[in-house]
Design a protein around this ligand. Structure first.
Ligand code: FBP
Length: 255
């Protein structure tokens, strides 16, 4: 079956709102009184007309009525971990593709820590997820994060392009990567990803100007967009920032 990317892209580009940080980082480091509420995030995604909102299973189950009503395409994140366990990272599976289908998801998301001692386990799980998702035409977005004792610099040109290439070869439709700030490296990374589309993570909150210029660079290097969290929902005016982000994503030509 053909993978349906049309639901989560606009004119070949995309902007996703990521909200899996509650599990990944914990509320204390990332949230305030407003953005601790999943409905605050959903409202940004809805009013800002995002191409998707990323939630874990528990939030999807508990806030399903509102998610459905919002009509924002749902990206169902199937695994995750906390920041509490040190050592070689592994992202635990917390949901199945069948559950994503049941909740009407438009895509599934899955993290792989490339280079971790547990890399093979995550790749094997991905294989099952990718096959099942594709049987139903559901796109698969992989958070491909090089990490673990063997990875010295997770955003070196070598690691960024390796993550992108690995995503292509294991069958991801979209790969989400961390950007090292070097446009040339991103251009090589996008080339390495072949027909797998590249989006970047936002990272810790930066000043607006730096953030927007980073977006301009990655888009002109060939990335299709962003899967951003903190830079948007930690911003005092997330919808105003969203407008600027969209203007950049859909306004910049790819050289
Ligand atoms: P941000 O834009 O807030 O950085 O979110 C991107 C993201 O990939 C989240 O989806 C995820 O929770 C987080 O970063 C994980 O980051 P890390 O593993 O580096 O703590």
């Amino acid at each position: 079956m053909r993978v349906k990317l049309g639901k989560i892209m606009t004119k070949g580009r995309a902007l996703y709102l990521a909200y899996d940080q509650g599990l990944e980082h914990g509320p204390e480091s990332d949230f305030n009184d407003k953005n601790v509420d999943p409905l605050y995030i959903l409202n940004i995604a809805k009013k800002g007309r995002y191409n998707g909102v990323v939630f874990h299973k528990g939030i999807i189950e508990k806030y399903y009525e509102e998610i459905k009503k919002s009509k924002v395409p749902l990206v169902f994140k199937l695994n995750g971990k906390t920041k509490l366990v040190k050592g070689e990272p592994i992202s635990a599976k917390i949901a199945k593709v069948e559950e994503a289908l049941k909740f009407g998801a438009s895509a599934v998301g899955f993290t792989i820590y490339l280079g971790s001692k547990f890399e093979a386990e995550m790749i094997e799980q991905f294989e099952k997820i990718q096959r099942k998702a594709h049987e139903h035409g559901l796109p698969v977005i992989v958070w491909m994060y090089p990490r673990g004792e063997k990875v010295k610099n997770d955003t070196s040109r070598e690691m960024m392009s390796y993550a992108a290439r690995a995503a292509l070869e294991i069958g991801a439709d979209i790969v989400k990567l961390k950007y090292n700030g070097k446009k040339k490296d991103m251009a090589w990374t996008v080339k390495s990803a072949g027909r797998t589309k590249v989006v970047i993570a936002g990272g810790v909150k930066k000043d607006e100007k730096t953030f927007l210029s980073q977006i301009k660079n990655v888009i002109s290097a060939g990335a299709i967009g962003l899967a951003v969290g903190r830079n948007v929902w930690q911003h005092p005016k997330p919808l105003e920032l969203t407008k600027k982000i969209k203007k950049t994503i859909w306004g910049v030509k790819c050289k």
